[in-house]
Design a protein around this ligand. Structure first.
Ligand code: SAH
Length: 464
């Protein structure tokens, strides 16, 4: 981020605009929404500006700007549409320590003016650092449609009611009250009758919420998907949005964690391969302790929580503590890896079944399992298979698997840094070690990448 967005206090302060043409008018239309004192310097002001001046909405000086005019200003706009004149303003503003904006000139501006969605006091500012004004306009149009025009009134009513709402305990109960107000009760009252009706609605809603029994905590086991926040389900996003506590694994990416409610407590219980980890019992204790305290606990697991995620043990712990729980499924690494190589996990006439295996347990596989897997046409998604790859390769070959069976290894499937290694059973090692993959890898045994399709973004063959 090269520009940091802030909301500046401008009520009653001076904002200076130099210029009287279309560029000045465009900025003034925005500035006039504020409670700032606006001073315009223009030798030939447009009709619109003269009208604003007559209506007392701004002060018009019919002359060119001079250096002393900037003193005491909080912002200055160079809108002369003349390089030399605007350059002069920039120089004076710098000397006077006044942040300045030269219209349509990113390089000479100290700040940028964002596109605005105005539901005062709710204001959304959209910026693209000058890179894509068209995109900013599209986002603005999108938000204009989405945010009800009554939002400003609701926000003002809420601000006035904040004290009264403190009768509810801080945290989940108070949030539930405000959600109910902004999502349903508020907009409904605004539609039916305006500000008076909204104030009544607030009082009625508070009464109902105060009468409610205190909420008991619960645990949501949530699939975080393979890593890209785009691959989260809407339900997972909602859970993160409401969480009081998020207990997460190492596989969960920063991009996903960013979506957790800002006040939520994030607890990392990740383990690194075979390295040190939070003991499973300690994780159980954490879940139970926080849920018992009435908190909404999100147990966030990479991929799908039901795939190699010790879900059974954690549910049992929560259940035996007498607490409520639910599961939000996620996209498992095998699905993301299949998408990366452009192959279905099952295909008519090729493989009717799919095995999900973990490399950790490979040592414990019985002879008949290896024999079954070695049969032609078998497909398996192997999790945590990097270290076990050589052993699995040996066992499969020993049990008669075809050495030319295709194997695809996908590193960082469905997240930044996705790489695909296309190899065969015979070459799996040393190819896998040679590829030097350090991110999480999923091994798709029995599947080759569909290399013919150019429509595979992010597919990169590192060896073959
Ligand atoms: N519950 C998870 C799996 C947990 S086991 C899921 O459904 O995906 C952890 C293993 O999953 C890793 O060792 C790796 O083999 C695999 N894995 C998880 N995320 C991955 C990703 N983005 N890319 C490749 N493999 C991944």
């Amino acid at each position: 981020m090269q520009h940091f967005p802030v909301f500046m206090a401008v009520a009653g302060r001076r904002i200076v605009v130099a210029g009287g043409g279309e560029a000045a008018c465009a900025k003034l239309r925005l500035l006039l929404r504020t409670e700032a004192q606006i001073h315009v310097f223009a030798t030939k002001p447009a009709l619109e500006i003269r009208r604003w001046a007559e209506a007392g909405r701004l002060v018009l000086h019919r002359r060119a700007l001079e250096a002393p005019d900037l003193s005491g200003a909080v912002l200055a706009y160079g809108a002369e549409e003349d390089r030399a004149a605007d350059g002069q303003l920039a120089e004076w503003a710098r000397a006077a320590g006044v942040p300045h904006n030269i219209v349509d000139d990113l390089d000479r501006s100290a700040f940028l003016t964002p596109a605005l969605v105005d539901r005062d006091p709710v204001v959304v500012a959209i910026g693209t650092e000058g890179a894509a004004p068209v995109l900013a306009r599209r986002i603005k149009a999108d938000l204009e449609e989405r945010l009800p025009t009554s939002l400003g009134m609701l926000a003002r009513a809420a601000a006035g009611f904040r004290r009264a709402a403190e009768a509810l305990p801080a945290g989940a109960a108070r949030r539930a009250f405000w959600s109910a107000f902004f999502e349903t009760a508020g907009p409904e009252a605004a539609r039916n009758g305006g500000a008076g009706e909204v104030a009544d609605a607030l009082r009625r809603l508070l009464g109902r919420h105060l009468a409610r029994a205190p909420r008991t905590g619960f645990v949501e086991f949530v699939g975080a998907g393979p890593g890209d926040p785009d691959l989260l389900t809407l339900r997972a996003r909602r859970a993160l949005d409401r969480a009081d506590v998020v207990v997460h694994d190492r596989l969960v990416t920063a991009g996903v964690l960013d979506l957790a409610r800002r006040e939520a407590l994030l607890i990392d219980v990740g383990k690194e391969g075979f390295g040190p980890s939070t003991p499973q019992e300690a994780i159980h204790a954490l879940l139970v302790e926080h849920a018992r305290a009435g908190r909404h606990v999100v147990r966030l697991k990479g991929g799908d929580p039901s795939v190699f995620g010790r879900l059974e043990e954690e549910i049992a712990a929560v259940e035996s503590a007498g607490l409520a729980w639910s599961v939000v499924p996620g996209i498992t690494a095998a699905s993301a890896a299949a998408a990366a190589i452009g192959q279905p996990l099952t295909a008519r006439g090729r493989n009717a079944g799919l095995r999900l295996l973990t490399g950790h347990d490979a040592a414990g596989l019985a002879e008949h399992d290896w024999r079954a897997l070695a049969r032609p046409g078998e497909v398996a998604a192997i999790y945590m298979g990097r270290r076990a790859a050589r052993r699995m390769q040996g066992r499969l070959l020993m049990h008669g698997a075809d050495p030319s069976t295709p194997v695809s290894v996908v590193e960082n499937a469905g997240r930044a840094g996705q790489r695909v290694l296309a190899t065969t059973l015979a070459r799996l090692e040393p190819d896998l070690s040679d590829a030097g993959m350090s991110g999480p890898v999923l091994i798709l045994y029995g599947l080759a990448p569909r290399l013919a399709g150019a429509a595979l973004p992010g597919l990169e063959e590192v060896a073959s």
